[in-house]
Structures are given as C-alpha cells and as structure tokens.
Design a protein around this ligand. Structure first.
Ligand code: DAH
Length: 340
C-alpha cells in the first residue's frame, strides 16, 4: 500500500498539464469518485490495524496535494487563456484617451461674451418660450404690422400668444422691465424660426443681444463700442461701416459690416467682391420701447445690437455651410480641438 501511495505521488510530480483538456483527464483519473485516490480509501479498509495511522496520514497528504495541484493548475490555465483582462503589462506606455473639444459655437459665444465683459457688460438671460409681449409688443411691433412677418414664428399657444422666441431682443424687454438704468448687458441664447434648413439658414440658432441704457447714451457710443468689438473679434486692422436699416425697436437703425477678414477688403468670393461682411443689426433704442418697459424716455437713451453667433463663427472659421454646426460630425468638430 505504501509503495502504491509513493508511486502515485511520483506520478503526480511528473505530470505536465498545460491545457484544460489535460486538466480534465487529470481530474477524472485521480480525483473523481472512481479515481485512483478514491480507490486508496477503498484499499485502506484492508490495511492492518497497526499500519492504519501511518498509511491514513499518507493517503490524506496525497489527496490534499492532488487537490492543491488541481486548483492551482486550473487558475493558471484560466489566466493564460484570458490574456486581455488578467495579463496586465505594467511597463506598457499610457494610451492617451481623447477628450471632447469645445463646439465652435460655444467657442465664439464665449469669445463674444468675454469681449463685452471687459467693457462692463454683464450677462442676462431670459426664457426660450416667451410671450408675445416680450418678443413683439414691447419691442414696438404693432399688432398686424408687417414687421411681425419678418420672422416666422413657432407658436406654442394662441390667445394669449406664447411662442419660441425669434430673437434674443426679448431679453432686452425683460431686463428693462426689472432694472433701473444704468443698464449694460448682453444676452446670449438660442432662438427659433420657422425656416427651411439650408447652408445659410436653420430653424434653431444662437444670438447675442446687447443693451446699454443710461443718461446721454449716443449713436457715437454705439459706434465706438461696436468698433472695439470688431477689432477684438476679427483683428486690430478691422474696419466697420454702418448702413441705415430698419428694426421696429430701434430708431435710427443700422446694419454693421466689417471689412472682410479674408481678403482684407480687397474683394474675394467670401465678401462677394464687396470687401465687406454684414455681421449685426443695431440702433438707438426706440423711445416707445423704453416707455413700454417702464423707463423714462425723457431722461434716458440707449443703444442695442444683436448678432448671430453662427454667422460670426462662419466668418471667423471660414465655414461655408451652417448645417455643419448642427450635425456633430466628429471630423468637423475635431478641427476645433485645443482652440480655447
Ligand atoms: N433682433 C434682430 C434680429 O433678430 C437683431 C437686432 C437688430 C437686435 C437691431 C437689436 C438691434 O438689438 O438693435 O434680426
């Protein structure tokens, strides 16, 4: 019996097990109910009484050794077959993960805000779902006036009219209603118009509205402020020009062009060979608007302006199709990586 045990022990020590199949035949041969180790326990019954303590111990030692072998071989084989998760190579260089980049609209929006912050304009915000009063009536769009057709509106509710705001000028009305002059504020936000989507138009876009109300605010203050903005945004050599225009809420009203930052004013296909690019609408706040919002129009004057963020981003980054800003094509967005 002792020789048999020693023999089995030697067999175990000599075994070479490298695969799951080999391990399974090892288990069947030695550890199963009909296996060799179990058979030792059968033989044990016939061992003379005086040898039982010695032989019993030997059998138990062998059995434990076989089980230990089995368990450690099992985890070793599993580890080998499952390289990806367990085979960690601590010397491998780090793989850099790609962080997201800021969206170009966010970049330009932030740049506009920073420029005006530097000269004392603070941010105010208003709701995207607005009532008729703040979008139109307070801003001097008379009932049934064709000016209301200037912007195709998404209505949420009729009577009383609730709509998605068509411009951030609605925030002007809210600020003037709730604050006393001096007021110097900019209002960035999303606006909505019922327009067909094309390379030049979208039904959702972003604007930044500006408003300055105080005693003795004049058109030259407006011009100087916008010249400062244009130079900060497009470069020191940038020129501006103001063309007469019409908005119900400003009198006089103007549209501002900047000298084309691509050809420097010489004329190219971006500025359609005019040397100028239109970037915003502006004017002196109409006294009716001041009155509608509870501000004494005898005592105070103000200027206002409004610009489209997409328009400025298109000019700044020479993007020819507005839809690119909304499609989230990674190849497009990746180009703004690192531009802060
Ligand atoms: N609200 C105008 C628009 O959406 C832009 C605008 C023009 C805003 C003149 C102004 C302004 O404050 O004075 O087209």
């Amino acid at each position: 019996m002792k020789e048999k045990i020693e023999g089995l022990k030697k067999q175990l020590n000599d075994l070479k097990i490298e695969s799951e199949e080999q391990l399974e035949s090892f288990r069947l041969k030695y550890l199963s109910k009909k296996g060799l180790i179990q058979s030792l326990f059968e033989d044990f019954k016939n061992v003379p009484k005086e040898d039982k303590p010695d032989v019993g111990q030997m059998v138990n030692v062998l059995k434990n050794q076989a089980y230990e072998m089995y368990n450690s071989l099992k985890s070793e084989i599993a580890r080998k077959e499952d390289k990806g998760t367990n085979d960690i190579d601590l010397t491998r260089p780090v793989e850099f993960s790609h962080f997201g980049a800021r969206h170009p609209i966010s970049l330009v929006r932030k740049e506009i805000i920073d420029i005006f912050n530097r000269i004392g304009f603070i941010i105010s915000e208003g709701p995207e779902v607005e009532d008729d009063f703040h979008v139109f009536t307070a801003l001097n769009f008379p009932e049934e006036h064709p000016a209301r057709d200037m912007q195709d509106t998404f209505f949420i509710e009729k009577d009383p009219d609730i709509a998605l705001r068509t411009h951030t000028s609605s925030v002007q009305a809210r600020v003037m209603e709730s604050q006393n002059p001096p007021i110097r504020t900019i209002s960035p936000g999303r606006v909505f118009r019922n327009e067909a989507i094309s390379a030049r138009a979208h039904c959702i876009f972003h604007q930044v509205e500006g408003l300055y109300v105080d005693k003795n605010v004049s058109f030259s203050d407006l011009k100087q402020t916008l010249l400062y903005f244009a130079k900060e945004m497009f470069g020191e050599e940038t020129k501006i020009r103001l063309r007469p225009s019409y908005f119900p809420f400003t009198e006089p009203s103007a549209e501002m062009d900047v000298s084309c930052n691509i050809c420097g004013g010489k004329g190219c296909n971006v500025c359609k060979y005019t040397g100028w690019l239109e970037i915003l609408g502006c004017g002196m706040v109409d006294p009716n608007v001041l009155k509608n919002c509870g501000i004494d129009s005898e005592k105070y004057t103000g200027f206002a302006f409004g610009m489209g963020v997409e328009r400025i981003a298109m000019l700044k980054y020479q993007v020819k199709d507005l839809r690119l800003f909304f499609e989230n094509d990674k190849r497009f967005l990746d180009q703004f990586r690192g531009a802060y």
